[in-house]
Design a protein around this ligand. Sequence first.
Ligand SMILES: [Ca+2]
Ligand SMILES: [Ca+2]
Length: 87
Amino acid sequence: MNKLTLTVASLIASIGLAGSAFAAGEQKVTFEQLDTNADGFIDRSDVPADHELARLFDSYDMDGDNRLSMVEFRNYTGESETEEAEE
Ligand SMILES: [Ca+2]
Ligand SMILES: [Ca+2]
């Protein structure tokens, strides 16, 4: 019986841990933070494998060049500034 209680307790503890880890992953990162080699684009290699953007990369790579420009990244962050349109 004690064993069961312990198991349940550790289960609840691990759910709590997973929950806080998930919350931390929800934090928005900036373009500069993800563009680790500072070439002005976010490549797949710039995105940490455990970041949600690694999963969503294709959906935000609008022109299919396998990298995210500032404009494409803003679609992800929800910002819709179009004042500095760089080509
Ligand atoms: Ca880059
Ligand atoms: Ca692109």
